[in-house]
Design a protein around this ligand. Sequence first.
Ligand code: NAP
Ligand code: ZN
Ligand code: ZN
Length: 345
Amino acid sequence: MSVRGYVAHEASAPLVPFEFSRRALGPRDVAFDILFSGICHSDIHQVREEWGPSTFPIVPGHEIIGVVTQVGPEVTKFKPGQRIGVGVFIDSCRTCDYCIRGLQQYCSAGMTPTYNGLDAQGEPLFGGYSNAFVIDQDYAVNVSEDCDLAGTAPLLCAGITLYSPLKHFGAGPGTRVGIIGLGGLGHMGVQFAHAMGAHVTVFTHSASKEADARALGADEVVVTHAANAVPQSGGNFDLIINASSADLDINPYLAALTIDGVFCFVGISGRPFSFDPTQLIGGRRHITGSAIGGMVELQEMMDFAAEHAIVSQVEVIEASAINDAYERTVASDVKYRFVIDASTF
Ligand code: NAP
Ligand code: ZN
Ligand code: ZN
């Protein structure tokens, strides 16, 4: 299948139009027309090789929403005309303990990424900045027929990345949750934590986002002015999730945790962080991290979002605006996710 998209040929190059092929439809595959594709900061990190070497050419994009056009003979989960979503991985080994437990994102053999990787034949995997896709039915989710599609695309990465640790670490009534960084991930986290019943505090270095944070469900907003500013809050947090793409001093946040409190990284600046162990010892506190979510949890999150009318606040752009959108995302100048209208590829 021949498709159109946008590609980066090398780390320093802008993304440009690109024609390429998708694999032929296998028996368990679903082909779909992409309608919207979100721009995640991880796309930018990888195109710019901020996490180490990438596999070029890269067609980024792992927040993909579309409508099914064709299904293989063994497909039971989708029919032509149905809405479909694809996130950060398109396959995994399916046999390791983690895959069997539904934690495909932690597959022992490594999940197969939607892009910036190779398929079993050694061919590059191309992501969602394009107008069509082919996916094994087991690695796609159903999308509510009622939701706003552009606003739902970012759930496939930004949404699940915050939903998963909030759920795992028990966000709910009576808990205090802090979210650092009101970007694509952070603004989904505020909505999910609020819907789960937690008391939510947003730490943002952008004073202009304070009103939005409250409108999204934050009970408190702390403007930190700089990435490493001391959070001026009451403390006693059960869970603080770092959803910032930047480096920051985490020690003040560790000090703000309650006993047994959890500081969870989801943001990946690509550089190491340092911390003072006495901040952990003094309260039996934990530092951890979390990656996206497994397939069952991804569907659960999509359904939870549909039930609670949770969507991303998006700025829909044409494909020709991708490079400008990258600059604005890095400058924290997006409220709160760029989503590409795939009809413009
Ligand atoms: P984003 O939309 O660019 O948001 C990042 C936020 O970080 C910004 O909105 C800003 O929030 C804060 N920030 C950025 N630069 C800063 C600076 N210089 N100083 C202080 N704060 C700064 O990015 P995103 O798409 O949400 O992704 C966030 C991070 O998570 C990225 O590193 C991404 O790669 C990573 N990620 C991880 C996973 C996972 O599975 N763990 C999945 C997806 C993405 P304020 O303006 O509110 O301060
Ligand atoms: Zn992402
Ligand atoms: Zn596995």
